[in-house]
Design a protein around this ligand. Structure first.
Ligand code: 4AD
Ligand code: MG
Length: 463
């Protein structure tokens, strides 16, 4: 590896007067009449650029330095000096500049401000912008926060499979996985013969690691999985992706209350962590994307979250002085307009809604004694809406079997899941946090397509 100092270090811990070598990509070059040039270099280690002063005395000044354009990659060795310029403490007085990779007028990132829509069309270059560099660093820090929260509490990180034979949510929004030749499908009695397929039966990409996480929770106690999940739902909204990341803790010997408590502590911990680790990037989002994001996070750390039942929520909504596109009545699922109304107008803090009607929730949620509602929980936050969904799990064999049948699923597909209720069943609970929705909340980014490096949505699989 080539020896280099990261710009983040050069700007913070490295002392003025030191000789350093930095490598990065040129953002801009300006030439002064006095016979030297300013070159702004960014290496992605932090938001800020390092300003390089290139004097005409450099041996390649005329032939190369004056040809440097936006997008070039460079290696610069020089002395860190106190900067006379406003807004920066240090600059680099170049003793040697080497162009590692040239760029040209056709480099797409010429303007200072490109639309996010345009940037989505150049996903291979957009991480070189301030916004997408900052998002990548925030995603990184948030991932670390998630791992450290669970690790500090003794949760075991379990890698659940991406290819599965089951449909956790029972919603049928599955991407199929096959090695069959789609133009020549083997048939048997008028249907595709999956026995000839790679796995000998239909397979799909997972919509959630929950069911497998339950297996491990009922052996190891507290576990979590954190990985990609896939949903073939045709929701073309600013909050849905076909491929997104989900964090799913699962706890044995834990009821719904304990589950809600963990979710609240978890979010607060993550906000606290990013506020501490990513302040420079967060200030950028505050100034350029969404004034208020920092304060919003700080207040979520200190506020009590509201806790209400679905029945109470419907009660509030049906008395509300508001025009809803979808009228609400008991038994209907809450639409995002209802969730936002509760969060942004009524409570003005994050809300946990529990105990939904069983018909609108998946088969695995534990039935309440009223036999009408299940021990579900959704955690809603202002602006983003539902960020977490979870429940206590049905741990009674007969009731689970009944719910599988009522949901028109085949009990034979879930024999192993039923087994867990036959051998040493135990109360257990868990939830799933949509990682990209969390990043939207942290950064204030409006569209979920812009908080994941390579968004996959209906009609868009990228390169
Ligand atoms: O509410 P969901 O569907 O819950 C589950 O999948 C459970 N199996 C989780 C569990 O209990 N272990 O999804 C959980 C979260 C949602 O609250 C939302 O934040 C996010 O995943 N999510 C999506 N994010 C982006 N794009 C989509 N299409 C999403 N669908 C769900
Ligand atoms: Mg949900």
């Amino acid at each position: 590896m080539l020896e280099r100092t990261r710009i983040q270090q050069a700007l913070t811990t490295v002392e003025i007067g030191s000789t350093v070598t930095v490598m990065g990509w040129v953002r801009t070059r300006r030439d002064s009449k006095a016979g030297f040039s300013f070159i702004e270099v960014n290496d992605g280690s932090c938001l800020r650029n390092l300003q390089v002063i290139a004097d005409r005395g450099l041996k390649n000044y005329q032939d190369e330095v004056l040809k440097i354009q936006t997008g070039c990659s460079v290696r610069v060795t020089g002395t860190l000096a106190a900067s006379p310029a406003k807004g920066q403490e240090k600059e680099l007085q170049a003793e040697e500049i080497e162009v590692l990779g040239w760029s040209g007028q056709d480099y797409p990132l010429q303007k200072k401000h490109h639309s996010f829509e345009f940037l989505r069309s150049i996903a291979h270059l957009r991480p070189r912008t301030n916004t997408f560099g900052a998002i990548a660093r925030v995603r990184n820090a948030t991932s670390m926060a998630i791992h450290s929260f669970f690790q500090e509490r003794g949760f075991v990180y379990v890698h659940t499979p991406i290819i599965t034979g089951s449909d956790c949510e029972g919603a049928g929004e599955l991407f199929k996985v096959t090695a069959l030749d789609l133009n020549h499908l083997p048939a048997r009695q008028g249907e595709v013969d999956f026995e000839q397929d790679f796995f000998g039966r239909p397979a799909n990409l997972t919509v959630s690691g929950q069911l497998e996480a339950e297996i491990y929770a009922l052996a190891l106690g507290n576990v979590y999985t954190f990985g990609p999940t896939f949903r073939a739902e045709r929701s073309n909204t600013s909050r849905h992706l076909a491929e997104f990341w989900m964090v799913e803790p699962e706890m044995a010997f834990c009821d719904l209350q304990g589950n809600v408590d963990l979710a609240v502590d978890f979010l607060k911990y993550v906000f606290d962590y990013v506020l501490e680790k990513c302040l420079e990037d967060l200030n950028f989002f505050e100034e350029r994307i969404d004034p208020g994001v920092i304060k919003n996070m700080e207040s979520m750390v200190s506020q009590e979250f509201a806790r209400i039942t679905y029945t109470e929520a419907v009660d509030i909504l049906s008395k509300a002085q508001a025009e809803f596109e979808f009228p609400i009545s008991w038994g209907e699922d809450l639409q995002s307009e209802h969730e936002r109304y509760l969060c942004e107008r009524v409570f003005r803090v994050p809300i946990v809604i529990t105990d939904y009607p069983k018909e609108i929730k998946p088969f695995y949620m534990k039935m309440n004694d009223d036999l009408r509602t299940v021990r579900a929980m959704d955690l809603l936050v202002p602006r983003v809406g539902e960020i977490i969904g979870g429940s206590q799990r049905e741990d009674d064999y007969d009731r689970l079997l009944q719910r599988i049948e009522e949901s028109h699923l085949d009990p034979e597909d879930y024999w192993w899941y039923l087994d867990l209720r036959k051998f040493g069943t135990a109360p257990h609970s868990g939830f799933g946090l949509g990682f990209e929705r969390l990043i939207q909340l942290i950064t204030g980014m409006n569209n979920i397509r812009d908080v994941i490096p390579f968004p996959r949505t209906p009609g868009n699989v990228g390169f």
